[in-house]
Design a protein around this ligand. Sequence first.
Ligand SMILES: [Mg+2]
Length: 339
Amino acid sequence: MKLSAEFLDLKLRHAFTIARGSSVTSKTVLIRLRSGRHTGFGEGSPTRYYKQTDAGCLRDARAMAKIVAQADPFDIENILDEAKRRWPRSPAARCALDIALHDLIGKITGLPLWKYWGLDPAKTPQTSFTIGIDTLEMVRKKVAEAQRFPVLKIKLGVEGDMDIIKEVRKLCPKKTLRVDANCGWTVNETVRKAKILEKLGVEFVEQPIPPGNNAALKRIKDRIGIGLMTDESSLTPEDIVPLAGCVDGINIKLTKCGGLRDAMKMVHLARGCGLKIMIGCMIESSVMITAGAHLTPLLDYADLDGHILITNDPFKGMGLDRNAKIVLPKGPGLGVTKR
Ligand SMILES: [Mg+2]
């Protein structure tokens, strides 16, 4: 196989910060894997969890050419084990390689990935749409733009954040609301705020406290009346079993765990521990979003909106029906095409 890698410069629809009106870009790494007449695409988003830089991620992705040069794509298990051995702290580059291999295998066999895995495409969940932290005025604007999404995930974890969620509830009395505090709260603060969230009919709170303290998560779970999900506490398959009994569910992200193969392990481990499962995303193109979407018939919740937050997605893949339920492509592999 011939491997090449490049940056994708994705342009955000809304600036992240107070630099109002100015657009911000986010970089991901795209891998192209060629075998005969087939090309597999894969993508990874450099992640702060491992102090990865964009340049380091691209360098590692390019270096992976040497471990696939003589390899058969169906030897995926050995290839990815070797990649993990050589680049243990580069999950984003490994994620791009993993997805490209899955896409290639699907294209060679002529099967969509969900079919290759034996999954039912009718069982996909709805995706939520994320509303980032902003001024109340901007939150109102973003909520209005998200009219077509029946499920919203609201980013909290800053001072005055109860005002944000109360405002969103006022604007959409009927929608399913989830919140993500991104490690911004303490245990007591979470318990206190969860009472307000419960009254507002919020379904669950994601990662209220920093990772590394599962006992504290359990103390929260025992004291609140809404669901408790992890994100920063559930990076890899090794993290799952210790979370059993401490939370209600986990959030998987492909770029944190190194791709679809380890994501699948997390799914089975979480089910064995009686945990609910969500898949999330970063700012990413339709390549990585669609890769994650292929897993969703096995999951409870999806938060796959990273490609909607950008204006220059070079690819077309996963679709959404009128109720924002995920529609898997029918083409072989990921079923992703260039725009
Ligand atoms: Mg999160």
